[in-house]
Design a protein around this ligand. Sequence first.
Ligand code: FAD
Ligand code: ZN
Length: 480
Amino acid sequence: MNPTTMTSHAPVLDALRQAIGAVHVLTEGDLTSYEQDWRRRAHGRALAVLRPGSTDEVAAVVRACAAHGVTIVPQGGNTGLAVGSVPDDSGTQVLLSLRRLDQVRGIDAANLTLTAGAGCILQNLQSAAADAGFLFPLSLAAEGSCTLGGNLATNAGGTQVLRYGNARELCLGLEVVTAQGEVWDGLSGLRKDNTGYDLRDLFIGSEGTLAVITAATMKLYPLPAAKLTAWAAVPSMQAAVDLLGLAHRHLGAGLTGFEVMNQFSLSLVAKHYPQQRVPLWQETPWCVLLENSDHESEDHARALFERLLEAALESGCVTDAVVAESLAQAKALWHVRESIPLAQAEEGLNIKHDISLPISRIPAFVAETDALLARQIRGVRLVDFGHLGDGNLHYNVQAPEGQDAAAFLREEEERINTLVFDAVARHGGSISAEHGIGSLKAAKLPHYKSPVALAMMHAIKQALDPQGLMNPGRVLAPPP
Ligand code: FAD
Ligand code: ZN
C-alpha cells in the first residue's frame, strides 16, 4: 500500500480493526488467493481483506464501509467463473471474506431443513446432512472449496438440478446484512409464506450486488436406497435428447442426473489425466452419463436401468452403454465428467459459455453454432458438455491446436461471444444458466435482456444499495 492510500484510508481501517479485530484485517503479505479469480482472468488489489467471524461482525464491517463510502466485494470460496468475487485494481475496495462463518447451526429433521453459515464449504454441508441420515443434493465440481453463500449468491446449479432444482429451489430462508449494515433474519424454514414480495429470491442470484448473505436454511431430502450410474455412447445430440425423453419415461423422479459430453471434452480428460479410464469416447461423438436414484433397492434400480437401456439400444439413440457395478465405479464415472473443466484449464485458456436453451432447441443450436464457428475460425476446438437434463450447456471454445491461447482470447473473445450469444438469443435461450454475470458479461447483459427487465433491476439496485457500495460494476454495468 502506498503512503497516500494509507493516510486517506486510515480512519476506515481503524474502524474495521475495531469491528472485527486487527488480526482479521489483512493488508499485507501475499493476498493472491483472495485477489485473483479461479481462472486467473483478473488480479485485483484490495484495500484490505476482511475476515469477520459472525453476522454481527459482518454488519459492523458494512456500517463502517458505508460511513466511509468504501465499496465491498463479498467472497466465499472464490471459485466463481464470472469474475465477480475479486476486487478491482484500484486498491480502494475491501474484500469481505465470509469463510469464517462456517458453522452448521442446526438440522430440523421433521422440517427437513439444515441451517448453516454462508462460509460453510458445500462438501461439509453434504457430509453434515449425510451424517444425520439426509441428502443435501446441491453438487458441483467445485464443492470441495465453494461455499453456501457463494452458491446462493450465484444461484448455482450443478449435476442434480434435473430432480432437486438449483440453489434457489433448495433454499427456504436467508439471513442477510443489508447495504446499510442491518441484519434481516429471514431464516424461517417455511415452505409457504405469501406475505408480500419475496426478498429471499431477490437476494439469491444477486452476486453480492444487493446485500451480504450470512446464513441460509436449506431443504433436505431422504437419502435414496440406491444410486446407479450408467454411461452411454450416443450418435448425435438429437439422440441424446431422445434418450433424455426415454429416461424421463422409464425412471420418473428417479432420474437425478443427465450429463452430456462431446468427444473433444473427453479426449482432454484422457490426455491430461491418463490415470482415469474414460469409457467409449473414442468410438462416438457424444457420451451421456445418467444417474438413477431409487427409493426401493439396488435390484429395482438395476432392473429399471436395464429396461431403459434396452429400449434405447433398440430405438438407436444409444449405440453402447455400461452400468457401474459398484459405488467405486460410479464415482469414477462422475469423476471423469467433473474433470472436464479441470482438463480444459490444463489445455490452456479458453472462452467459456454457460448457456441454457429449451431442450428441444439444443440439437439445432449446436449444429448451427458449430458450423458458424468452424467457418469463422479454422481449426476451432469446441469443448461442449453440460447438464442436458436442464437444457444447460457449457459450450466452450478452445484455441486451435498450437495457437497462443492468450492471443486467441485477446483477439477473438468479443467476436466469438457475440456469435454464440446471438445464436442463443435466436433459439430463445439465456447467456448465463449458472455462473452468473459478474464483470465478465456485465457489458453484454443489456444486449440480451429486455429494457423493461433491466430498468426494474436498476431500480431495485438503487432502492437497496443507494450508495452503490455492494460489488459495484458486477451484473449491472455502470451507465456509459
Ligand atoms: P465466490 O466465487 O467467492 O463468489 C461468487 C459470487 O458470489 C461473487 O459475485 C461474490 O461477490 C458473491 N458472493 C459470494 N459469497 C457471498 C455472500 N456470502 N453474500 C453475497 N455475495 C456473495 N457453478 C454452477 O452453478 N454449476 C456448476 O456445475 C459449477 N461447476 C464449477 C466447477 C468448477 C471446477 C468451478 C471452479 C466452478 C464451478 N461453478 C459451477 C461456478 C460456481 O459459481 C461456483 O463454484 C460457486 O457457486 C461459487 O461459490 P463460491 O463460494 O466460490 O463463491
Ligand atoms: Zn455446470
